[in-house]
Design a protein around this ligand. Structure first.
Ligand code: LLP
Length: 428
C-alpha cells in the first residue's frame, strides 16, 4: 500500500480503514460508498498546523474539497477554520462549529443575500474578487451598520502549471484583480466608510506542484503590500495565500511541508501580516476512498470492461480532468493481472473510473476501492441518469459511522411537479 494512503492498510489480505474492515463497512451501508478515515483527516491537519507552529496562522480548511459536516466538525475540533465559497458552505461550517472568526469567504459571484448572511455571522474576511463585488459588500455593510473586513484577491500572473480547469492565478482567468491594477483599487476601497481593507488574498490553482510557484506568488504579494504601505495603506494585516498543496494520486510527490511553511512564514513576517491558508485536497484527498461493487465482467474480444455500481456521477475526476485514481480490490487473493477499463452504468462512453488499467482479475460481486477520493469526490457528484448520490461513512478507530445517508429514489423527484395543465384529468 502506498505510504500516502495513510488510514488505509491491508491486514491478512483485507483492506482496513483505520481499524474497521472495509468489506464489512460496505456490507453494512451498501455501495457505492465513500469512506473517510478520521485519523488521516485529523493527522494531516495536525501535520500542517505543526509546520506553522509558533506563528499566528489561521488554517482555513477548504470546505469545497469535502463539505460533509462531520468532516468539517472533525477538523474544527482540531482548530481548523473554513474557506467557503457560498452561503451553503457558510451554514455547513457554522453548524459544524467552526469559529466565524476563522472563516474566509471567496468566490467571484457572491450574492447580496450571501454577503448579508456572512456579515451577520461575523466572518474573518470576505475575499473580494472585483470592484463591483467590493461595493456590494460595502452596501451590505452600510445597511447593517457595520464595517466589512475584506481582503482583495490578487491575480499575480504566476503559472502554477495546473490543469487548465483549476488554474486560477494566471492572466485571463475570472479570478482576482490584476496585480498591476490592484494598488489603485486598494486605495479606492480604503476610502470606503464601510469597508475595512484588511489584507490580500492569492490562490494560484490546484494542485500546485512546485514550491517555486508559491515562492514567486509570495514575492509578488510582499512587494505589493510594501508598495501599498508606501502609498499610505495602514490597515493591511492579513495575508491569505490560498490552498493548492498537492497529494499523491499515482507517482507525484508531496511538497515538503516545512519548506512550504518557511516560504509562507518568511513572507508574512517581512510585511508583518498574519497568515491565512486554505488547504483542501491536502487534508481530505487521501483520507477517503470510494467503494464500488463489480456488477459484471464484460469481455468483448478486444477489451475487458469491469462494470461497477459507482460511476462518473459519483466520482467525476477521471472523466472530467483525466485524473488517475489508484484502484485495488478490497479483498486480496492470488489471481492473474489483466488490463481492463473500470466503468460505471451511465449511458455515455465518458463514464469511466480507469482506462487500460492493470488490475487483479475481479469477479462480479467483489468490491473495489478507488483511492484519493476524499477531495472533490462526493462534493462533485450528481444525480445524472437519476442515480441517487452515494452514502458517506467515517471510521473513528474501529467504528464506521454513517455520516450521510444514501439518497433515496423519492429524494430524486423531491421538489418536482407536473403542472396541472399537463394533467389529463385522470390523475388526482
Ligand atoms: N482556495 C481557493 C480560493 C480555491 O479556489 C480552492 C480550490 C482552494 C482554496 C483549495 O484548493 P486545494 O487546497 O484543495 O487544492 N475540482 C478540482 C479542484 C478544484 C479546486 C477549486 N478551488 C479537482 O478535482 O481537482
Amino acid at each position: 500500500m502506498k505510504e500516502a494512503f495513510e488510514g488505509f492498510a491491508y491486514r491478512n489480505g483485507e483492506l482496513y480503514c483505520d481499524d474497521a474492515p472495509v468489506a464489512e463497512i460496505c456490507e453494512r451501508y451498501g455501495t457505492p460508498l465513500y469512506i473517510y478515515s478520521h485519523a488521516a483527516l485529523t493527522g494531516r491537519f495536525r501535520r500542517l498546523r505543526e509546520a506553522f507552529s509558533g506563528v499566528d496562522a489561521t488554517i482555513c480548511y477548504s470546505v469545497k474539497s469535502n463539505s460533509n459536516i462531520a468532516v468539517i466538525r472533525a477538523l474544527a475540533q482540531e482548530g481548523a477554520g473554513a474557506d467557503i465559497v457560498s452561503v451553503g458552505e457558510l451554514r455547513r461550517a457554522l453548524s459544524a462549529g467552526v469559529d466565524p472568526q476563522k472563516i474566509v469567504f471567496a468566490g467571484v459571484g457572491k450574492t447580496e443575500a450571501e454577503i448579508a448572511e456572512a456579515l451577520d455571522a461575523g466572518i474573518l474576511a470576505f475575499a473580494v474578487e472585483s470592484a463591483p463585488e467590493a461595493y456590494a459588500v460595502g452596501r451590505a455593510a452600510e445597511k447593517a451598520g457595520k464595517r466589512a473586513p475584506i481582503t482583495l484577491r490578487i491575480n499575480p500572473d504566476v503559472d502554477a502549471k495546473t490543469h487548465r480547469h483549476t488554474t486560477t492565478g494566471k492572466k485571463g482567468v475570472k479570478f482576482g484583480v490584476d496585480i498591476d491594477a490592484a494598488p489603485r483599487l486598494f486605495k479606492e476601497l480604503e476610502n470606503h466608510a464601510h469597508l475595512d481593507v484588511c489584507g490580500a488574498h492569492i490562490h494560484l490553482g490546484s494542485p500546485v506542484t512546485t514550491i517555486e510557484a508559491y515562492e514567486s506568488a509570495m514575492d509578488k504579494a510582499v512587494a505589493l503590500i510594501a508598495k501599498l504601505r508606501d502609498n499610505g495603506s495602514r490597515s493591511l494585516r492579513l495575508l491569505n495565500m490560498g490552498g493548492g498543496l498537492p497529494i499523491v494520486y499515482k507517482d507525484e510527490t508531496e511538497l515538503d511541508l516545512n519548506e512550504y511553511a518557511r516560504v509562507m512564514m518568511d513572507g508574512a513576517a517581512k510585511v508583518g501580516c498574519r497568515l491565512a491558508l486554505e488547504p483542501g485536497r491536502y487534508i481530505s484527498g487521501n483520507s477517503g476512498i470510494l467503494c464500488a461493487r463489480v456488477l459484471y465482467r464484460k469481455e468483448t474480444g478486444h477489451k475487458t470492461f469491469i462494470i461497477v455500481d459507482g460511476a462518473m456521477n459519483d466520482l467525476i475526476r477521471p472523466s472530467f480532468y483525466g485524473s488517475w485514481h489508484e484502484i485495488r480490490p478490497v479483498e486480496l487473493r492470488e489471481r492473474e493481472i489483466e488490463t481492463v477499463d473500470v466503468v460505471g452504468p451511465i449511458c455515455e462512453s465518458g463514464d469511466f473510473l480507469a482506462k487500460d488499467r492493470s488490475l487483479p482479475r475481479m469477479e462480479a460481486g467483489e468490491t473495489l476501492a478507488i483511492f484519493s477520493a476524499g477531495a472533490y469526490g462526493f462534493v462533485m457528484s450528481s444525480n445524472y441518469n437519476s442515480r441517487p448520490r452515494a452514502a458517506e461513512a467515517m471510521t473513528i478507530g474501529g467504528e464506521a459511522l454513517l455520516i450521510r445517508e444514501r439518497e433515496t429514489l423519492d429524494d430524486l423527484t423531491r421538489g418536482e411537479r407536473i403542472p396541472e395543465i399537463l394533467l389529463d384529468g385522470k390523475e388526482s
